[in-house]
Write a protein that binds this ligand. Structure first.
Ligand code: FAD
Ligand code: NAD
Length: 468
């Protein structure tokens, strides 16, 4: 039997990063992945393919709607070639997942294809797609088995017309009318892709706002953008049933007053969150406990109820984000190596990759209100920036919330062009416990979208924004 210092089960952003860090720290490491390609949800059916389609559909929208105003005339009709768009997306995924194989080899990590199941606290049985089972032994094991889409009671996902994000990333035709259940991050990102490509899009959201976990100001601004795009947003609607008759899907929902509505379309994407995945893992055989939400239970060191076994990423509590899983991968490797790493979960940024992008870090205004915090707010609209006018991306704003007494930045929320990248400045500032005035006094290149961060910081400091 092959023996390792560490075996990692699952090769998503949590698992493969954990494996690399373990190898960097001198541990003999194995990684076990049930699929033939590594990279997990994120690289295969999540972050990467969704961003590829967001980018392609954005180019199409620009060509149809905005090229003319920039003085670019395209003779003839501009058409979508969905097959080619999907092929490009597949090739981006292929290149990215191959990159993980390269990284495993480079770091001398042994790769196993197959479902990993605990036999004991230190032994994992690997069942490959083809060939014989194999058992390996490891002193430490890291569970990084991720998550899968959640459905609703009574709704059967048929993967053809009633679909999850996985199928929505590989459709063979542009839906005529796509009905989205859930106005969270997947709903908005994939809804925007197909709206740009010409689908009618209806969003049925249970809460009274879209992206309900983000700061209310972001939901409000995003709602305006989505409405302008022609999306039909039905908020405060609870879905009752989804039925299919041939190529038609019929969704019934109730509003808060109990009035029932019926929406008919040709595809229904169920995007109401994801659930942890431990099928086939047999955690009980290793003494690893799972809570009633299906999450592997961990302590502050991300150690499970079996002390040599750790768990990270979507399969444990917390935000289901690739970069959260990555941080935890590094964290656990360092804990196993006897180091004392730290993760500040308050400073894990959250991004929605629509256009405009939405990005946030730290506390929302609603959270601070609930905590009874003494805070102040500075806001700056993107439309007041020269850079935004030059590109035509005038929607959005930056909102900085700071402590009223100490001026320490408590939360930064932004919607606008390239805010997915701009949020890194806010994370850095908050990691160093910057005040709003610290940001306000730093030089920001002109003309950039980043100037909105400086201006919002000026507004928060002393109502001193310069360009509004
Ligand atoms: P996963 O990536 O789910 O990887 C788990 C791996 O474990 C899988 O490959 C699985 O096959 C394997 N596995 C499971 N059980 C076993 C077993 N018993 N044996 C062997 N292997 C096993 N997050 C972001 O931060 N940014 C984004 O832009 C973003 N976009 C997304 C878009 C979509 C459409 C979706 C669905 C998700 C998106 N996410 C995004 C979320 C992100 O994909 C996840 O948070 C991230 O992949 C979690 O990483 P993980 O390593 O915990 O698990
Ligand atoms: P989500 O939690 O973002 O959104 C789910 C939405 O569905 C919520 O707004 C919720 O109120 C609504 N909902 C729940 N039950 C409902 C019902 N019965 N009827 C109508 N609406 C209902 O989940 P998601 O969009 O499915 O995404 C899953 C996970 O994947 C998220 O945790 C997210 O972090 C991750 N993800 C991240 C990114 C990114 O970082 N850009 C992109 C895609 C996915």
């Amino acid at each position: 039997m092959k023996s390792y210092d560490v075996a990692v089960i699952g090769s998503g952003p949590g698992g493969y990063v954990a494996a690399i860090r373990c190898a960097q720290l001198g541990m003999k490491t194995a990684i076990i992945e049930k699929y033939a390609t590594k990279g997990g949800t994120c690289l295969n059916v999540g972050c990467i393919p969704s961003k590829a389609l967001l980018d392609s559909s954005h180019h199409y929208e620009d060509a149809v709607k905005h090229f003319e105003e920039h003085g670019i005339d395209i003779p003839g009709e501009i058409k979508v070639n969905l097959e080619n768009m999907m092929k490009r997306k597949d090739s981006v995924v292929e290149q990215t997942t191959k990159g993980i194989d390269f990284l495993m080899d480079k770091n001398k990590i042994d790769s196993y294809q197959g479902v990993g199941s605990f036999k004991s606290k230190t032994e994992v049985v690997i069942t490959p797609d083809e060939g014989d089972e194999e058992t390996i032994e490891a002193k430490h094991i890291i569970i990084a088995t991720g998550s899968k889409p959640r459905s609703l009671p009574g709704i059967e996902i048929d993967k053809e017309r009633i679909i999850t994000s996985t199928e929505a990333l590989s459709l063979k035709e542009i839906p005529k009318h796509l009905i989205l259940i859930g106005g969270g991050v997947i709903g908005l990102e994939l809804g925007q892709v197909y709206r740009r490509l010409g689908a009618e899009v209806t969003v049925l959201e249970y809460m009274d706002r879209i992206i309900p976990t983000m700061d209310k100001a972001m939901s409000k601004e995003m709602r305006k953008v989505m409405k302008k795009m022609g999306m039909d947003l039905k908020l405060s609607h609870e879905v009752q049933s989804v039925n299919r008759n041939d190529n038609e899907v019929v969704v019934k929902a109730k509003d808060k007053k109990g009035n029932e509505i019926e929406v008919k379309g040709d595809y229904c994407l169920v995007s109401v969150g994801r659930v942890p995945f431990t099928k086939g893992l047999n955690p009980d055989k290793a003494g690893v406990e799972v809570n009633d939400r299906g999450q592997v239970k961990v302590n502050e060191k991300l150690q499970t109820t079996a002390e040599n076994i750790y768990a990270i990423g979507d399969v444990i509590q917390g935000a289901m984000l690739a970069h959260k899983a990555e941080e935890e991968g590094t964290f656990v490797a360092e804990v196993i190596a006897g180091q004392k790493p730290h993760i500040d979960y308050n400073l894990i940024p959250n991004v929605v990759y629509t256009w405009p992008e939405v990005a946030s870090v730290g506390k929302t205004e609603e959270q601070l209100k609930e905590e009874g915090a003494n805070y102040k707010v500075g806001e700056f609209p993107m439309k007041a920036l020269g850079r935004s006018r030059a590109s035509g991306d005038i929607a959005g704003l930056v909102k900085i919330i700071a402590d009223k007494d100490t001026d320490e930045v408590l939360g930064v929320h932004m919607i606008g062009a390239r805010t997915a990248d701009l949020i890194a400045e806010a994370v850095t500032a908050m990691e160093f416990r910057a005040s709003a005035e610290d940001i306000a006094r730093m030089s920001h290149a002109h003309p950039t979208y980043a100037e909105a961060v400086k201006e919002a910081a000026l507004a928060a400091t002393d109502n001193r924004a310069l360009h509004i």
